[in-house]
Design a protein around this ligand. Structure first.
Ligand SMILES: Cc1cc2nc3c(=O)[nH]c(=O)nc-3n(C[C@H](O)[C@H](O)[C@H](O)COP(=O)(O)OP(=O)(O)OC[C@H]3O[C@@H](n4cnc5c(N)ncnc54)[C@H](O)[C@@H]3O)c2cc1C
Length: 412
């Protein structure tokens, strides 16, 4: 079991590492622990999941994928990677509504932090969750269901790993579908809104060196018309692209309009490519969707600070939802993402500058990435913050799943 996260910027402080092979073993472990936390695939960039007690990987539990054709749902083992689930679903004629940029991320870890893809009509990955099974602080097994537990269920999906150890997740399915991915180059800033709303899932990439977007990645349903060659003043890429200038495109999902199944087009990167560790840090802020142009203008004065420490900045959209701690709670969102260079000393001051410039838009940081926004501002940005704090106290009165970062944002 790795002792560091994928990016290598977090060395886990746990005293003991565990890999239970059954849920019963896991239940005993949690019940006996003073402090415990699960690690998924380690793709987070902060210490939200870092405990000084016991760190548990669920990778040793059975790799269940059970499809319920009547309900059009699938129940999966929490530690499975989205990419593995997706491959099986497609083979059975099904799809998930959306995926993140990397298919190597665990289902439970992704949902716990509000992980998302893009698309004005697509919610984050947690919005597909229909039920969760979790081991709570006293070692009990709890099942919560969207249709039975209503509002409390909405509080538990984006759970920050703080409400229990999720062992199984039930997800809504769609019939499988085909997607074509087109990359357009050099989009003028004034077309930001039109471009973001132009296809099933759209990503805009900028290096902040000019007021234009270097690339637009349009993932559209295969039966939709291709963009015209001079679409919104862009030119069509005539070869596959990587979002980060100068990086090889062979790790990226197929482009140039070649049709293919949803799970081989909606992520940016291919499952077959193994990103063992990343020389990068990431931050991301969810803002009101309608504020795209103003938010970009607010960042312009610090473009000269951002560009030198940036690999690439990506804009995506996420539909509003009802999940209490979802960064998209009650708000159609613009997600402004930064892939930074792998050097916290130079990146953290720029993160602070970005947060200061974005403050007027009530930014909600990605729970799994680098951020330092004042806890009071985070609390104010979430209408259900107090309800989640109460749920935490109710489900984990001993503070078994508490971590330093969680305590900072949800003080006891
Ligand atoms: C290259 C790369 C690309 C990314 N792309 C995207 C993207 O497109 N969109 C996006 O929104 N984010 C993206 N992310 C961020 C990533 O999706 C989140 O950080 C996500 O939480 C990672 O899941 P994980 O299992 O790897 O995380 P981990 O770091 O292992 O865990 C994350 C949190 O979830 C908790 N957790 C894990 N498993 C469980 C469980 N079974 N029960 C309860 N809690 C659990 C952990 O305790 C921890 O607090 C990306 C990250 C990387 C490195």
């Amino acid at each position: 079991m790795p002792r560091r996260n994928w990016a290598g910027n977090v060395r886990y402080s746990a005293r003991r590492f565990h890999r239970p092979t059954s849920v019963d073993q896991l239940r005993r472990l949690v019940a006996a622990a003073e402090r415990v936390r699960v690690v998924g695939t380690g793709h987070s960039f902060n210490r939200l999941g870092d405990t000084d007690g016991d760190l548990v990987s669920l990778a040793g539990l059975p790799s269940e994928i059970t499809i319920d054709r009547d309900r059009r749902q699938v129940t999966v083992a929490a530690a499975l990677r989205y990419g593995d689930v997706a491959t099986r679903l497609h083979a059975e004629g099904y799809a998930l509504a959306n995926l993140a940029s990397l298919p190597h991320i665990s289902v439970a870890g992704a949902i716990a932090t509000g992980t998302h893809g893009s698309g004005e009509a697509n919610g984050n990955l947690g919005t597909s969750v229909a039920a969760l099974e979790l081991v709570t602080a006293d070692g009990d097994l709890l099942r919560v269901d969207r249709d039975i537990d209503g509002d409390t269920f909405a509080g538990m999906v984006v759970g920050l790993g703080a409400l229990g150890v999720v062992t199984r997740v039930t997800l809504d399915l769609l019939p499988t579908f085909e997607v074509r991915q087109y990359v357009q180059l050099d989009l003028p800033r004034e077309h930001v809104d039109a471009a973001l709303g132009s296809a099933y899932s759209v990503s805009l990439f900028t290096d902040w060196r000019t007021p234009r977007f270097n690339q637009v990645w349009r993932k559209q349903r295969a039966d939709e018309a291709a963009p015209s060659p001079d679409w919104l003043g862009t030119t069509a890429a005539d070869a596959p692209q990587h979002p980060v200038p100068g990086m090889p495109a062979q790790n990226c999902t197929p482009q140039l309009g070649v049709p293919g199944p949803w799970h081989e087009r909606l992520p940016h990167f291919q499952l077959g490519f193994t990103p063992s560790s990343g020389d990068e840090l990431q931050s991301e802020y969810h803002l009101p969707r309608a504020a795209a142009a103003q938010a970009l203008a607010a960042l312009d004065p610090i473009a000269h600070l951002i560009a030198p420490v940036l690999q690439i900045c990506e804009l995506r959209t996420v539909a509003a939802d009802r999940l209490w701690l979802s960064p998209n709670h009650d708000r159609d969102s613009l997600a402004v993402h930064f892939t930074w260079v792998d050097d916290p000393a130079v990146v953290l001051p720029v993160v602070a500058a970005v947060e200061e410039r974005l403050a007027p838009f009530q930014p909600r940081p990605h729970w799994g990435k680098v951020f330092a926004i004042d806890p009071a501002e985070v609390a104010a940005a979430y209408p259900r913050y107090a309800d989640f704090a109460a749920l935490l106290a109710h489900l984990d009165p001993r503070g078994v799943f508490r971590t330093e970062l969680l305590d900072r944002y949800f003080p006891r």
